[in-house]
Structures are given as C-alpha cells and as structure tokens.
Write a protein of this length. Sequence first.
Length: 366
Amino acid sequence: MAIANRLKKSGAFWLGILAIVLVIITLASGLKHFVLSKTATDGATGLLLPKLGSQLDNLASVTIRRGSAVVRLQKQGDDWVVADKGGFPAETANLRSLLLSLANMRKLEEKTSDSNNYVQLQVEDQRAEDTKADGKAVAGSTQITLNNDQGDVVADLLVGKIQTQGAAAGHAYSFVRLVNTPQVWLVDGAASLPADSSFWLRASVINLPVEAVKTLEIQHPNGNKPIIGRDQPDQEFRLLNQPAETELLSKKSLPGLAANLAFMELDDVAELAARPLVGVDKQSLGQTSFTSFAGLVITAQWSTISTEAGWVKFSASTTADADPASREIAETINNELGRWLVKLPGFKYDLLTKRLESLVVKSVAP
C-alpha cells in the first residue's frame, strides 16, 4: 500500500511538472506571436526594396563587389554586357534571377543595429583593402549597387549570411543591411551573388543538345582525327574511323563527347584583337566541328601550344539544306562570339580535343 501511495504521489508530481512545461511553451509561443505581430503592426515587415519592382526596366548598371573583386554589368541598348570583360554579353538569365530576387526580398525580422555584430552576420561595409594576398576577400559581405539610366542609385545593399534553418524547403533567408543604415534585417530570399565575372558571362549562346548532334570531327594538326557519327537521332553514336582490331574503351565516351556543347560553361573571355589564338604559322592549330541533323555546324578552333590550353575560337555555319532556325542560330553565334576567344573549363576542353587513340583499346583475342 505504501508503495502504491508513493507511485501515485510520484505520478502526480511528474504530471505537475509536465503541466508547468506546457504552460511555459504556450507562453513562449504566445510571446513570439506577440513580437511578430507587433513588428507587423509597426510596419517593419514588407518588401525590403518596395520601389525596385517598378524601376527594373530603367536600370542601367549593376555592380557586385566583394573586397577588391568587382563585377560591373551594364545595359547596352536592349542587352546587358559584362563591362569588366570588354563588353562581352552577360548571361541575362542569371541577371534576371538576381534582380527578381532582390525585388521580392521580404523583411521577416529586425536584427541588430550594433556595428559590432556586423562581421558575424557578414553585413560589414566593403573596403577594397580587405583582401588577402591570394585576391580573396576578407569581408564576408557582398555589396550590390543598382543605378538607373540617369546615374541615380536605385538600391545599395550589403548581403550577408544565408540561413536555411527554419526556412521552408527550397527557400533560404539572408541577413541584409542597406548601405549607410545601421539596421540589419533577416529577409526571405537569397540572391546568387558571385563577384566573379565567369558566372555572368553568357555561355548559353553555345548550346547544342546531344540529341541534335549528327557528326563530330576532332581534327588534330598532325592528322589524328576521330570521327563520330550516326544516321538517325535514335541511333547510338559510332566511331566511324575506328582502327581495325580495336574496341571502344568505353561505350559512354562517344555520347559524352557529343554532349560537350550542351550546358556550356565559360571560365574567361578575351578580345581577339588584344589576344589572338597562338599557333606557329597555324601549324599548331586544330579544330573540332559539330554538325546537327538540322544543318547547324559549330566549329571550335584551338591550339596545341601548352600556354593556350583552354582557349577556343568558336564560329558557326550551316549546310546547304539547313533549316531557317539553324541559320538564325549560326548568325547569333557569329555576331556574339565573332571577335572573342573564350576559355573553357578543363574538362570541357579535354573533351573537345580528344585523340583517336584515347577512345580505343586493342581487341583481346577470343
């Protein structure tokens, strides 16, 4: 009986503790709701840049700065270019994503206004001298400045740490501070802000899906020339000049080569007038040509000289029976890339310059 009484008393004790915990949780939840409601009532929530959406069409420049790394995008006519790269066309899809992200950033919560906390949240002021010896920025913040066609500043803000904890799937929060204001905000939304010009270079001008490729020829200056092709889009690629008594090193290698112009990436660009492709009297120049079923021909010229690795000169043409769309694409490629050398990532360049012997092995006798 004594044990039963003790158990009853013990149960009552823990039930009491549980009730107290529930009350604390309820009060905390209510307090949180009260604070957020008070913030909303005070008008502290809403768009971070409420006027930006109506001013997007009038923007003339976007500057992204992190330490000494600076990217300047400028509007030329109806298009955008990367000013730091001689006016090479900018990837408008990336720019559009950035601007819409900024225009839709919504304030969630006031954070600190104490400058001693800026570094922790990565919203400190930008200074060019805050750069390491390797060129990387010490400052954690990224400054974005938007100017209109009159030269007026439309928006100037420092974007800091990204926070995914507590955000819905596919969403992220950012800490943001408007330049020359002390208040830091937690906002709904995270912009992609590389202060690296390669992210903003328009690579999409070259985009040939593997499904469209009919033939691929890689012409080395010494005569080495893998030729890959097929007669119909639903057929597998074949090495058309495969040496006798050999077999493919990998069945996946040929589709991989043919897909090299899909989802193109650029590491750098240079104007041909200032930096021509080096080849000793053209004896060191090779070229790779992709021909589509629709009659588009994209040619990449490259050099075997080691210092030229990665650099490519693209051009385009069409076959006699090419469709109108292919002719239009060829014209666009030549207009946008005609005066440029582009530097490809290493893996893209390696695929573009494959040698015949790297695709086959000697057959093993049965």
